[in-house]
Write a protein that binds this ligand. Structure first.
Ligand SMILES: Nc1ncnc2c1ncn2[C@@H]1O[C@H](COP(=O)(O)OP(=O)(O)OP(=O)(O)O)[C@@H](O)[C@H]1O
Length: 319
């Protein structure tokens, strides 16, 4: 039996905007194995959240396929789509705005349980308490409203609500970015413990390279809607191959002053994903760009399980 839970093939999500089409996700392909975490990184606006939302059909894709346990979810009928939606969930960055301010923590989790009808009415109270325990929330907060909870506890409610439907797959969209640093580690550890206990598969979206290094098994690096490098996490940090990934990694400050590395500075600013021209989207900012980079680029496996979309990567990395 295949270990792949999700396989994305040539996925596109375009938005119509007054000046044309915004290519938020443009021809992205990758696989995620069951019980693993795929980190998605890249600068603000590169399409991370749009990709995450499209994967679970919160947004309808423009083109391409998303295979979930072998079935293409872009082609499901309404009933099948409803069943799919009960297997996938999302945790948002800001639990304060994603939680209903008029509902208590208990009511929000109970509501998610009712939607999926996965337990009988008389079991909802007990199941809600069990989920409270799973996410490390003291039961004295059952009747608390979001504004009565601190950031970490609010995010625990958000995680509890995502877990209530008993999903196989969760998109974690910057789930710790809005939290104090001291709380971030607790929430990351909780997500990793839950993955182990329940057998969850995650997509973990973040712009924080240290966080993604800690939590992901594999990483996708995105640039202006495109996937430019993907490989196992360890390898990305030891052997980055794309010039953009190298620049991204060089910007992480080191805690060891004897190991300060030279920062690769990127020229210019992120260009627009509206009506992009064919060719490498990093062209204008790359120190190594040449005429060949103006031709369409595609992901090539340059090392085992290590894919890069750069026509000069082999030569620049002496592979
Ligand atoms: N509903 C929409 N209509 C038009 N454009 C959109 C819409 N949603 C997102 N976009 C655009 O799509 C692109 C990708 O946005 P997205 O939010 O996915 O990026 P991101 O990498 O998650 O950024 P951030 O880290 O800031 O959240 C951006 O240019 C954004 O302005």
């Amino acid at each position: 039996m295949s270990d792949t839970l999700i396989e994305v093939k040539h996925l596109k999500k375009y938005f119509d905007v007054p000046s044309g089409q915004l290519h938020a996700v443009d021809d992205v392909s990758f696989k995620i194995e069951k019980k693993k975490t795929m980190g998605i990184v890249g600068e603000s606006g590169c399409g991370k959240s749009t990709l995450g939302r499209t994967l679970i059909h919160l947004l309808e894709s423009t083109d391409g396929s998303i295979f979930f346990e072998g079935r293409d979810v872009t082609r499901l009928n309404a009933k099948e789509l409803n069943e799919f939606r009960h297997q996938v969930s999302i945790i948002f960055q800001d639990p304060y705005s994603s939680l209903n301010p008029r509902m208590t923590a208990e009511q929000m989790i109970a509501e998610a349980l009712k939607i999926t009808k996965r337990c009988k009415k008389d079991q909802i109270e007990e199941e809600t308490r069990r989920i409270f325990d799973m996410v490390g929330l003291d039961r004295r907060f059952l009747k608390s409203y979001p504004h009565e909870l601190d950031g970490g506890r609010r995010q625990r409610v958000g995680i509890g609500r995502a877990l209530a439907i008993n999903p196989k797959f969760i998109v974690c969209d910057e789930p710790v970015s809005a939290l104090d640093v001291s709380i971030q580690a607790q929430i990351l550890n909780l997500l990793m413990d839950l993955q182990e206990q329940v057998g969850l598969t995650y997509v973990f979206i973040t712009h924080n390279m240290s966080v993604v290094r800690h939590i992901s098994d594999n990483i996708c690096v995105m640039y202006l809607g495109q996937l430019i490098e993907t490989c196992p996490t360890k390898e990305l940090f030891t052997t980055p191959l794309h010039p953009y990934t190298k620049a991204l990694l060089s910007a992480i400050p080191s805690t060891d002053i004897t190991k300060q590395k030279e920062q690769v500075l990127m020229k210019g600013e992120l260009t627009s994903p509206i009506n992009p021209v064919p060719g490498c989207r990093f062209y204008a900012r790359c120190d190594h760009s040449c005429e060949k980079c103006l031709e369409p680029q595609s992901l090539q496996e340059l090392l085992p399980e290590h894919f890069v979309s750069c026509c000069r990567a082999r030569e620049l990395n002496q592979l």
